[in-house]
Design a binder for this molecule. Sequence first.
Ligand code: NAD
Length: 280
Amino acid sequence: MSIILDGKKLSNRLALKLMAKISKLAINPKLVIIQIGNLDRTNVYIKKKKEFAEKIGAKVLHEKYPKNIQIEKVISNILKFNKDRSIHGIIVQLPLPKNFDTTRIIMAIDQRKDVDGLTAKNTRLLFDKKNGFVPATAKGILTLFKNYKIDLTGKKITMVGQSSLVGRPIALALLNEGATVTVCHTHTRNLKEETKRADIIVVAAGHPGLITKNHVSSGQIVIDVGITLKNGKVVGDVDYEKVSKIVKAITPVPGGVGPMTVFSLFENLVKAYLLNSSNL
Ligand code: NAD
């Protein structure tokens, strides 16, 4: 059996350190979460973020708007939050309903409060390997590797998925750590070939069971980012039962990357707090 990379346990342990850090701040860091519509998936993500915030002593202002809200109203509220000194971070819970221009909304966020690391400035900083806000999922995966003492320098990593929100930032973050990264997507001709020759496979496709025992080899590390609600259960993109018998180490779903993502978001919030308070 493989080693389980336990993101839940690790995030609980790291949360204690973050909590201690927050307890020394003058006021509680505050995050605004903007939600448009009422998707089950986004409701679940937001619930987890609120629970984590409560645990560590951060505040969350949940702004939930109906899906017929005017985009101008959303943007004017973001501009108001940008100016509000009691607010340290702003995120837009994605995905938004199809009729909304996600980029336009994200770009309204002040980059100093962009704790999801999705504005042009922060994306550019990641691109240039400079210090900005790294998107929470990518940051969470790096923290997981660091804590399990997995060195990425020179490692062959196959990233499955290339979305702007997940796959691409993860690929860039891994590249910045000195890995040799191959990015796969729906047009990749022979996925098995690309995954089998990697030292590490990271999957963020949103397709349960995409990575089977035929896609992996012994000695590999598998990071499953996928989260899909299937028959009321949360499942990843990897056939965990079979793959975990072959590879060296693997993240479970739930309890792997998900909790690390939530932790990293609040780590970014504390960073934003410190950054903004030093600029007052
Ligand atoms: P998306 O649909 O925007 O992108 C999916 C990507 O996977 C695309 O780039 C596509 O080319 C690729 N892909 C899909 N099917 C493929 C196939 N058969 N072969 C090769 N590539 C394929 O989704 P997303 O927003 O990037 O999210 C991906 C998954 O990650 C979802 O399950 C989502 O719920 C999950 N997610 C998890 C976390 C976390 O913290 N664990 C955070 C965000 C998203």
